[in-house]
Design a binder for this molecule. Structure first.
Ligand code: ZN
Ligand code: ZN
Length: 134
């Protein structure tokens, strides 16, 4: 994606086209696996200060540019793209060797039987195994 496309995306989402946001978008697009806050901070240490990074992530998530993933490691990870929502769920893959987290393809609707009186709002699927790099 060219810089112009990032600017368009930010504009569409009603976000200001700051240099930091463009840098952050470029970083998300250049890396295949999900990033924790610490990963991002380490990668962009010379370009973004902590609080700006924190705020940018929050506004990206709110705008649906990125989504957060709870892989049960205790660290939230972020990946580019719309969050998995009802009707458009996708699974996440956690590599047990390198600990990287990847967004997987769309999940087929799951038919899970829940007891009477329970209502499912969202399904979060985590697959565990070994990634193609390991
Ligand atoms: Zn791996
Ligand atoms: Zn994802």
């Amino acid at each position: 994606m060219k810089e112009e496309s990032y600017k368009q995306l930010l504009e569409q989402k009603g976000l200001k086209k700051t240099k930091v946001r463009i840098t952050l978008l470029q970083h998300f697009m250049s890396i295949e696996h999900a990033q924790s806050y610490n990963d991002l901070q380490a990668a962009l240490v010379n370009e973004v200060d902590k609080s700006t990074l924190y705020r940018s992530l929050a506004s990206f998530e709110q705008a649906g540019i990125i989504h957060s993933i709870n892989d049960h490691s205790g660290l939230t990870k972020y990946a580019f793209g719309q969050p998995p929502s009802q009707g458009n769920e996708h699974a996440h893959f956690v590599c047990e060797q390198c600990k990287m987290v990847y967004c997987m393809g769309k999940l087929a609707p799951l038919q899970l039987n829940v007891p009477k009186g329970f209502k499912t709002n969202k399904v979060q699927a985590i697959l565990k195994g070994v990634c193609s790099d390991c």
